[in-house]
Design a protein around this ligand. Structure first.
Ligand SMILES: *Cc1c(COP(=O)(O)O)cnc(C)c1O
Length: 415
């Protein structure tokens, strides 16, 4: 073998990483150990965290831990094979029935992860020659699923249903699939699901909703965004595929897709990320059934969360007035404080960190250019004191009011 001594692209990675550093785009992981409530030990230091999607504070609940242990004792820790071979445990089967019942939809299919669900089910539904319609702010895994499908992709401006209507009208494709987050993950706003469904009816399209951030939190008993709009049970539409993740409000891991029996059966037959992957461990299904019981019965978690959301929004209003900072229009646990430039968002995150508060700065390409933000995630695990500490921290870091400057300077730099 002769060594190739020409300059190689393989040697360029250090310089490319340095480039990310210079653009303030280099991502870093922190090593965390959970403490009590919403506190985490982060790289050895105790911090009050506002970054977890554990919206109901269930991730370390003793009932879930106990159910997981019982599941491990009965089923072991690994599923050993694909669900289509020998991996579909009785625990996973029981979970699917519980999920369908909870979501008030005919049938559910349980996956090991939400990312794997969306990148798999979209290509199972549409292919070359078909058409996909995707909200511009959809989660990365819907976008990746769309790309994998090789269907023609129409990307419509965020929540612009007029543009979606026009694109659906113009499409010559026979099979049309509209994909949307139900609660947008970086802004916290809720999609107009009844209007999306009406468009899908009119244009004979199928609607796939990703309710990663609504499941457990929105709707009666936390049944999710579809239930919030009364579109489950007797009013469920065969045109809707409902997908939700189970690592957020449900506090465990995995995801499911639910809807019409034949649709779900088709996904079971055709989803490559389901067929060619080892099934989720049964111990997770055991924990998830315990979680569903708590989600259904402990309304106080959602009530407490709602109070925290209102408290944060009220507390931030006077601080933001006259500054270029902007609080997203959201009634959910996701509260986006849009700061604008990447380096400023990072500086505020760092300032909060020095005060023992951990709020992640989210930068492009996760969010549009010029809208770097703090993504504040509230949880039933927070106390009112926790929220007050965050408000005080931000008050100390907010730019001085610019009310004396011309109003054009106040416009947020949103694309
Ligand atoms: C987190 C998230 C996913 C991915 O789910 P995982 O179970 O974490 O893989 C999918 N869609 C949305 C909108 C999400 O926020």
């Amino acid at each position: 073998m002769t060594l190739n001594t020409h300059p190689s692209w393989i040697d360029e990675f250090p310089a490319r990483i340095a480039e990310l550093d210079r653009a303030h785009l280099r991502r870093r992981r922190r090593v965390v150990v959970p403490e009590s409530g919403a506190r985490l030990q982060v790289d050895g230091q105790s911090m009050l965290a506002f970054c977890s999607n554990d919206y109901l504070g269930l991730a370390s609940h003793p009932a879930l831990v106990q159910a997981a242990c019982a599941g491990a004792h009965e089923f072991g820790v690994g599923a050993g094979a694909s669900p289509l071979v020998s991996g579909h445990s009785a625990a996973n089967e029981a979970l699917e029935q519980a999920l369908a019942r909870f979501a008030e939809l005919p049938r559910a299919l349980y996956f090991y992860a939400g990312y794997a669900t969306n990148i798999g089910i979209v290509p199972a539904l549409v292919a070359e020659g078909d058409a996909l319609f995707s909200d511009a702010l959809n989660h990365a895994c819907l976008i990746d699923g769309a790309r994998l499908s090789r269907a023609h992709i129409h990307r419509y401006a965020h929540a612009d249903l007029g543009a979606l209507d026009a694109a659906l009208s113009q499409s010559p494709a026979r099979r049309k699939l509209v994909i949307s987050d139900a609660v947008f993950s970086m802004d916290g706003d809720i999609a107009d699901i009844p209007a999306l469904l009406a468009l899908c009816e009119r244009h004979d399209a199928l609607l796939l909703l990703d309710d990663a951030h609504g499941f457990g939190v929105l709707g009666p008993e936390g049944r999710g965004s579809l239930a919030k709009f009364g579109l489950t049970g007797a009013r469920a539409s065969r045109r809707v595929l409902y997908m939700a993740t189970l690592g957020k409000a449900a506090g465990v891991a995995g995801a499911f897709v639910a809807g019409d029996d034949a649709l779900v059966e088709w996904l079971l037959q055709k989803t490559r990320s389901y067929i060619f992957a080892t099934a989720a461990p049964a111990l997770l299904a055991s924990a998830l059934r315990a979680s569903l019981r708590l989600i259904e019965t402990e309304q106080w978690r959602r009530d407490h969360l709602s109070r925290l959301i209102a408290r944060l929004r009220d507390g931030l209003q006077p601080i933001l007035r006259g500054t270029p900072w902007r609080l997203g229009d959201s009634v959910t646990a996701i509260q986006a404080l849009v700061i604008g430039p990447n380096d400023e968002a990072l500086a505020v995150m760092e300032g909060l960190r020095e005060r023992g508060l951990w709020v992640p700065a989210i930068r492009p390409p996760t969010v549009p250019e010029g809208t770097a933000r703090l993504r504040i995630a509230l949880s039933a695990a927070h106390s009112e004191d926790d929220v007050d500490r965050l408000i005080q921290g931000l008050a100390g870091l907010a730019p001085k009011s610019q009310l004396e400057r011309p109003s054009a300077a106040l416009e947020p730099t949103l694309a």
